[in-house]
Structure formats: C-alpha cells, structure tokens
Design a protein around this ligand. Structure first.
Ligand code: SF4
Length: 82
C-alpha cells in the first residue's frame, strides 16, 4: 500500500501490511503518528504523512525493504531495497 501526501509518500509492502504486530511497532516508532495499528494490520494516517521528519525509525522497526519513505520533492527514497 502507498499513501502520497504533498511532500512525502509512505509505502508499506503488501506482504507485511497485514501484520498486526508490525502495525503496533510502527505506531510506537513514528514520532508524528503516521502509522496506526489496526485489526487488519498497518494503517497509514494520510493527514499526518507530510509531517514526516525523515527520522528513519519506521524503516528500522520493519523487516528490511518493506517500508519506504519517498521524498516526492527530490525523488529520494529512504529504505529502498539495496
Ligand atoms: S521516517 Fe520517521 S517521521 Fe517519517 S514516517 Fe518514518 S518514523 Fe515517521
């Protein structure tokens, strides 16, 4: 799943988007509440996406390559699989 705001886009691999435990971890990790833990797994809170401070904590909290933060203004991607 992917949610683009104006400056930032958040992408969570569909393979892990249904992981309830990951939803909890991401909700806890993100300082600006871009993720919410739902019964269905990970939810992206659209109205908070542009508040992203590019800290990378969500990427550290998730399996490698499954969460990416797109800087829409520069094309740079945090957490891109290497
Ligand atoms: S990079 Fe930081 S602020 Fe941005 S979504 Fe991830 S945890 Fe939240």
């Amino acid at each position: 799943m992917r949610d683009d705001a104006t400056f930032v886009g958040i992408e969570v691999d569909d393979a892990v988007a249904g992981d309830v435990e990951l939803g909890r971890k991401l909700q806890e990790a993100c300082p600006v509440d871009i993720y919410a833990a739902a019964e269905s797994g990970v939810e992206i809170v659209h109205e908070n996406v542009d508040e992203c401070i590019l800290c990378g904590l969500c990427i550290d909290a998730s399996p490698p390559g499954t969460v990416q933060v797109h800087k829409l203004y520069s094309g740079e991607v945090l957490g891109a699989p290497s």
